[in-house]
Design a protein around this ligand. Structure first.
Ligand code: PEP
Length: 249
């Protein structure tokens, strides 16, 4: 996996055919020497996956899906997309365990099956973990993270195809964000949980939750972070570019 800083755009349920062209400015940015260490990945809705794959062909950008079904190939699962389908369309990444899906009833057990499916299809998993406000207020953050990691990664032997995305649920789309000191502490705790399970295997951990072109100036000072999962601010190429530019300023 890459050693570059990851900038992952999660477009959620936004975007249409007209939005595909809007990423051209991001493609142009990725060609500049100053940003050679930025790994930019777009996760558009399923309806645009093939368009994004075509658009980013022969560029440094990559494409990922926002979710997947746990069954590997095909089956009678209305509305679902398998990791084989994602792989075949040319996407390389898949977000699994996003809190917006967890809050819709997705369980750690299902997440674990999805991760197995993704890895067997050689996709790189962006594995989201994070506590909600209730859990934070009741000092349950570390237990919740531990549970999400342990159950989500059951029977997973290697984490070279997994990017851990720490996304405090209360921070997603709210503008609220931990201080650098708090976030650094939390990332170190997560790294230790992972280390306990995977010993000397290399860990990749990114942060997500209200990242924007202003707070990136603080966030970039945290050496423990390997990149960012960006929702709201990634839909506008201008805002997304500003985040990347400010990171390298
Ligand atoms: C997300 O949905 O993964 C996310 C981080 O959203 P936002 O940047 O809008 O908080």
């Amino acid at each position: 996996m890459t050693n570059k800083i990851l900038f992952i755009a999660n477009w959620k349920m936004f975007g249409n055919l007209n939005s595909v062209k809007s990423i051209e400015s991001v493609i142009n940015l990725s060609k500049k020497k100053n940003y050679k260490n930025a790994k930019i990945i777009y996760c558009p809705p399923y309806t645009l996956l093939d368009k994004f794959v075509i658009k980013t062909r022969k560029t440094k950008l990559c494409v990922g899906a926002q979710n997947c079904h746990q069954v590997i190939n095909t089956g009678p699962y209305t509305g679902a997309i398998s990791t084989t389908m994602i792989k075949k369309i040319g996407a390389k990444y898949v977000i699994i365990g996003h809190s917006e899906n967890r809050s819709n009833g997705e369980t750690n057990n299902q997440i674990n099956k999805k991760i197995h499916s993704a890895i067997s299809n050689n996709l790189i998993v962006i594995f989201c973990i994070g506590e909600n406000l209730f859990e934070k207020k009741h000092n349950r953050t570390n237990n919740i993270l531990k549970k999400q990691i342990y159950l989500g990664l059951k029977q997973i032997k290697k984490i070279d195809k997994i990017i851990f995305a720490y996304e405090p649920v209360w921070s997603i789309g709210t503008g609220k964000i931990l201080t650098n000191k708090e976030l650094t502490k939390q990332i170190i705790i997560i790294k230790n949980i992972i280390k306990n399970l995977y010993k000397k295997q290399k860990t990749k951990i990114i942060y997500g939750g209200s990242v924007n072109n202003k707070n990136i100036n603080n966030l970039k000072q945290i050496n423990e972070i390997d990149g960012f999962l960006i929702g709201g601010a990634s839909k506008s190429s201008k805002k997304f570019i500003d985040i990347i530019k400010n990171y390298y300023r």
